[in-house]
Design a protein around this ligand. Structure first.
Ligand code: ADP
Length: 180
């Protein structure tokens, strides 16, 4: 089955294969660009599914720096909120994992601040931004685990939504390694 679930304190970390635009969690995370503009990849899919009102709101948010996060409404999505975060463009430097982990941590902190209980993430930076999926899986799963272990707050479900079977398999192996 293309789902794997692990308990972390009072919360659940889940990986599934699917389309992030279809998730029914309270928030979904967008792998955004610094302008928070529609564009390609997962951002394009989220803007198409949410409708033009999402870009209308995003253009007023003043952009977003790499590793930071901003929140908007979800409009025509099932999710009530979209959290936009800008992943690093992979360079092979020591900053890459620091910035990628910041994306997850800042998105989760923003979600907690808004009382959001469930949130879905894509594999940030692993498309156009070129982050190798194996390294991204390790960094992102660890960042989420650390957050959930350290913050017994409102966030009770964190779901990773992997678009391809290959990416799902990499995440499944990384999660089994991190939380046997
Ligand atoms: P980035 O610029 O951060 O690399 P991309 O949108 O290019 O962002 O890709 C990020 C990841 O999202 C890739 O692994 C890609 O396969 C995946 N992806 C693309 N569309 C979707 C979707 N609808 N749902 C979930 N993941 C998606």
């Amino acid at each position: 089955m293309e789902i794997l679930r692990k308990n972390i304190g009072q919360a659940v970390l889940e990986i599934v294969r699917g389309d992030i635009t279809q998730q029914d969690t309270e928030a979904i995370v967008n792998a955004a660009n610094k302008q928070l503009a529609p564009g390609g990849g997962v951002a394009g899919a989220i803007h198409r599914a949410a409708g033009p009102e999402l870009w209308e709101e995003c253009r007023k948010l003043g952009g977003c720096e790499t590793g930071e996060a901003k929140i908007s409404g979800g409009y025509r999505l099932k999710a009530k909120h979209v959290i936009h975060t800008v992943g690093p463009i992979y360079s092979g430097s020591a900053q890459d994992p620091v910035l990628l982990a910041s994306c997850y941590r800042n998105s989760l902190e923003l979600a907690a601040k808004h009382g959001i209980e469930s949130i879905s993430f894509p594999a940030i930076s692993t498309g156009i931004f070129g982050y190798p999926i194996q390294e991204a899986a390790e960094v992102s799963l660890k960042a989420v685990r650390d957050f959930l272990q350290g913050n017994p707050g409102p966030v009770k479900l964190v779901r990773f939504v992997l678009f391809s079977e290959k990416d799902f398999d990499v995440y499944r192996a990384a999660l089994e390694e991190l939380l046997p």
